[in-house]
Design a protein around this ligand. Structure first.
Ligand SMILES: Cc1ncc(COP(=O)(O)O)c(C=O)c1O
Length: 375
C-alpha cells in the first residue's frame, strides 16, 4: 500500500506536527487491535507479552546501534532519567550536573530534584538560537559528574554537536546523557559514534508508536557501576524469584526498569518502529531535508522570521517560525485543516516521511493568509 495511505489523517489534514506526536498509521491501529484480540482469545499470555517486550528492546538497540543488554524498556523519558539519577552519587566532590538550556523541562526538573541529594546544577545558557560548544567547555570541570543535553531542541529544532560535547565531558571524567527524543526516527543515531554514556528517547513522535513507551540506553561499561534505587520487580536479575528479602539487580540495563511493562504500548511501538525501519532512516533523513529545505526557502521568500538555524546540519526535523500570536495562529491553521504546534513564541512545523511538497505549499499559503500574525 502507498505510504501516505497508511496514515488516514493525511486524507483530511495537512499533518505537520510529528515533533509533538507522530500520525496514526493503520499499522499501529492494527497493533492495538491485535493486543485486544490476544487478550480476548488467550486471556493472559504473559510469556508472549514478555517476549514482545524483548522484541521492543531489540528494536531500539538496532535503531541506535546498542547491544540489547544496554537497553532498559521504560514508560517515559521522565521515568528513564529518574531511574538513572537514582543511581548517581552526589555526595562527593564530583556532584555537579551541567545541563544545556535546550533540555526538555522534565530533565531540568529531575536534575533540580537531585539538589535534595546534594547535586549542584549548572545551566549552560543559549546564545540566540544555539548553544555554542565553548559554553559547555566553560561549564564542565572536574566537579562535573554528568552533562545532560538534548539532541534536537523541542523549542526551535536546533541540533547539538553531540560528539564535541561528549568529548568535553569525557576529558573531564564526566558522563554524558543525551535526550534524543526529537531526533529518533529522523536521522541515523549511533551511540558508539556519538560516544554517549546514556541516551533516552521514546516512541511517541517520529517513531510513530504512541505514548507509553520509552528507552534508556546505558553503555555496557557503566551498568555494573550503577545501582538505581528507583526500580521495581522487573529490574531484578530473576524477575520470578519473588524475593522480598533482597534487591538483586539484573546485570544488564534491565536493572533500571520498574514494574509491569506497558504491553499495549509495546505492540504499538513495535508496529511504529517497524514502519520507520521499512522506510529506512537514511531515506527519511533525506526526505525531511528536502521538505524542511522547501519550507525554509518559502518562508524566507515571504519574509517570515525563522528562528531555527538555517544550516541543515544544525537542525533536526522541526523548523520554528516566530509569531507574536502563536496560539491563535495554531487555532486558525487548525480551522484550515493544517495541524502544527507552538512553543514560546514559535510555530513548530515538523514534517516526516509521510509529508509531501503539497503539504508545505498548503501550510505556507495559510501562513501567508495570516501574515499579520507572522511577526
Ligand atoms: C526532547 C524531549 N524529551 C522528553 C520529552 C517528554 O518525555 P516524557 O516521555 O517523559 O513525557 C519530550 C516530549 O515532548 C521531548 O521533546
Amino acid at each position: 500500500m502507498a505510504l501516505r495511505k497508511r496514515f488516514p489523517i493525511l486524507k483530511e489534514k495537512v499533518y505537520l506536527n510529528s515533533c509533538s506526536q507522530g500520525a496514526l498509521s493503520i499499522d499501529v491501529r492494527e497493533a492495538y487491535e491485535k493486543y485486544m484480540r490476544d487478550w480476548d482469545e488467550k486471556g493472559s499470555p504473559w510469556d508472549y507479552w514478555v517476549e514482545r517486550m524483548e522484541a521492543a528492546r531489540h528494536a531500539f538497540a538496532g535503531l541506535v546501534n546498542a547491544d540489547p543488554n544496554e537497553v532498559a524498556v521504560m514508560t517515559s523519558v521522565s521515568a528513564a532519567v529518574s531511574a538513572l539519577m537514582s543511581a548517581l552519587d552526589f555526595t562527593g566532590e564530583r556532584n555537579r550536573i551541567v545541563i544545556g538550556d535546550f533540555a526538555f523541562p522534565t530533565v531540568g526538573q529531575i536534575v533540580h530534584a537531585q539538589e535534595l541529594r546534594h547535586a549542584q546544577v549548572v545551566h549552560v545558557p543559549t546564545a540566540g538560537n544555539i548553544i555554542p560548544v565553548e559554553r559547555f567547555a566553560d561549564a564542565i570541570d572536574e566537579r562535573t559528574l554528568l552533562v545532560a543535553i538534548s539532541h534536537v531542541s523541542f523549542r526551535n529544532g536546533s541540533k547539538r554537536d553531540v560528539e564535541a560535547i561528549a568529548e568535553l565531558a569525557h576529558q573531564k571524567g564526566a558522563y554524558i546523557l543525551l535526550d534524543s527524543y526529537q531526533a529518533l526516527g529522523t536521522m541515523p543515531i549511533d551511540v558508539k559514534k556519538l560516544n554517549v554514556d546514556f541516551l533516552v528517547g521514546g516512541v511517541l513522535k517520529y517513531l510513530l508508536g504512541s505514548a507509553g513507551l520509552a528507552y534508556l540506553y546505558v553503555h555496557k561499561d557503566h551498568i555494573l557501576d550503577l545501582t538505581p534505587t528507583s526500580i521495581g520487580w522487573f529490574s531484578q536479575a530473576n524477575i520470578f524469584d519473588m524475593d522480598i528479602y533482597a534487591n538483586t539487580p539484573s546485570p544488564t540495563a534491565r536493572r533500571f526498569e520498574s514494574g509491569t511493562p506497558p504491553v499495549p504500548n509495546i505492540y504499538a511501538a513495535l508496529a511504529g518502529m517497524k514502519l520507520v525501519q521499512s522506510v529506512g532512516i537514511q531515506k527519511i533523513e533525506a526526505r525531511i531535508r528536502e521538505l524542511t529545505g522547501a519550507l525554509k526557502e518559502a518562508a524566507m521568500q515571504r519574509g517570515f522570521n525563522i528562528v531555527t538555524p538555517i544550516d541543515p546540519n544544525k537542525h533536526g526535523a522541526m523548523i520554528a517560525i516566530r509569531s507574536h500570536k502563536v496560539d491563535l495562529l495554531v487555532k486558525w491553521l487548525e480551522q484550515d485543516n493544517v495541524i502544527v504546534s507552538s512553543r514560546d513564541d514559535n510555530l513548530r512545523i515538523s514534517p516526516h516521511f509521510y509529508n509531501n511538497f503539497d503539504d508545505i505549499d498548503r501550510l505556507v499559503d495559510c501562513l501567508t493568509k495570516h501574515s499579520e500574525l507572522m511577526v
